[in-house]
Design a protein around this ligand. Structure first.
Ligand code: AMP
Ligand code: TRP
Length: 329
């Protein structure tokens, strides 16, 4: 069975973008692949997080993974800091990455070009830690949203370079990007990605949003003045995004949805999108409440970390041996 690995960084509450672009796919893949999924808590602290908020977001993220349908009997689910090899291999990866490569990473480049102050060294080297996350497990595939593709490509380059220098060690992973929903846009500004760090809070639907609030956000989503329901991503990005959301969640094609609402006003289509989204949120939230009440999270994470460590620690040992970091007695 091929192995698949992915992580989510719960810097805030998980969003509909995370669900459509990532989580939902993990659930679909767990029957056909050996699935390893973790909470990337080390990646969260590249920017300051209020410790209380962070703790709450981590717990919520695990509960939401489970509520979305990840099954701990099928997938290995764990917290990144519970498996110490991540940080250690992350450092080794940083020693095998060039500054030029990190300078080219768009997430870092965008932030520095915007003149963001107090950027940390952790933010800069974060792709090295992400490479370690993936390479520790010999993952064949990494399902992610579009924004993470560049990081997986860098991981491939680092792995190949390491293999060339030290001999065959790492499996070269492939990014897996879904055809629909790989980049869900903000409802209030469809030129931007739907993101946890949405300042206005109007463009982003959180998985724990009250469905009434989510409906309101969809009904007031920014569209255009063209007034025709069709698929024109360039000129009608807001409308396209709404149709893409509905398509991803209903497993209908985007064309099929356009066909149904052809000639109607945008309000009617938005109402349909809101119905589809709210139905999904209600399902997720009712399972989330059950999981939070059942107090099983700690045990699941403990078990997951044990299984993950068995794989990761072995890889790290091999890496250290190949580099010559160990003394032989
Ligand atoms: P992050 O929240 O940045 O840790 O992202 C976790 C996963 O969700 C990654 O695979 C991202 O690519 C994916 N993701 C985040 N935001 C979106 C979005 N707006 N549309 C699609 N996928 C997303
Ligand atoms: N960097 C990813 C994000 O921000 C999260 C992440 C960390 C990840 N390590 C990973 C995703 C390894 C896939 C594989 O979304």
């Amino acid at each position: 069975m091929k192995r698949m690995l992915s992580g989510i960084k719960p810097t805030g509450q998980l969003t509909l973008g995370n669900y459509i672009g990532a989580l939902r796919n993990f659930v679909n893949y767990q029957d056909d692949y050996e699935m390893i999924v973790f909470i990337a808590n080390l990646h969260c602290i590249t920017e300051y997080q209020d410790p209380e908020d962070l703790r709450k977001n981590l717990t919520d993220a695990v509960a939401l993974y489970l509520a979305c349908g990840l099954d701990p009997n099928k997938a290995t689910i764990f917290l990144q800091t519970d498996v110490h090899s991540h940080a250690e291999l992350g450092y080794i990866m940083a020693c095998n990455t060039y500054l030029g490569e990190l300078n080219r990473m768009t997430q870092f480049k965008d932030k520095s070009q915007k003149g963001e102050k107090n950027m940390t060294a952790g933010l800069y080297t974060y792709p090295c830690l992400m490479a370690a996350d993936i390479l520790l497990y010999d993952a064949n595939y990494v399902p992610v949203g579009e924004d993470q593709k560049q990081h997986v490509e860098l991981t491939r380059d680092i792995a190949q370079r390491f293999n060339n220098k030290y001999g065959e060690t790492f499996v070269i992973p492939e990014p897996l990007i879904a055809k629909v929903g790989a980049r869900i846009m903000s409802l209030s500004d469809p030129s931007k990605k739907m993101s946890k760090s949405d300042e206005t809070n109007k463009g982003c639907i959180y998985l724990l949003d009250d469905p009434k609030v989510a409906r309101k956000k969809i009904m007031s989503a920014v569209t255009d003045s063209i007034g025709i329901i069709q698929l024109d991503k360039e000129n009608q990005p807001g409308l396209y995004n709404l149709i893409e959301i509905a398509s991803a969640l209903s497993n209908r094609t985007m064309d099929d949805i356009v066909e149904q609402f052809k000639g109607e006003g945008y309000g009617k289509l938005k109402g349909y999108v809101a119905d589809v989204v709210c139905e999904e949120l209600e399902k997720i939230q009712s399972r989330y409440n059950e999981i939070m009440a059942s107090h099983q999270i700690e045990e699941i994470l403990l078990d997951g970390a044990k299984k993950a460590s068995a794989i990761a620690d072995k890889t790290l040992d091999e890496v250290k041996r190949k580099i010559g970091l160990e003394i032989k007695y």
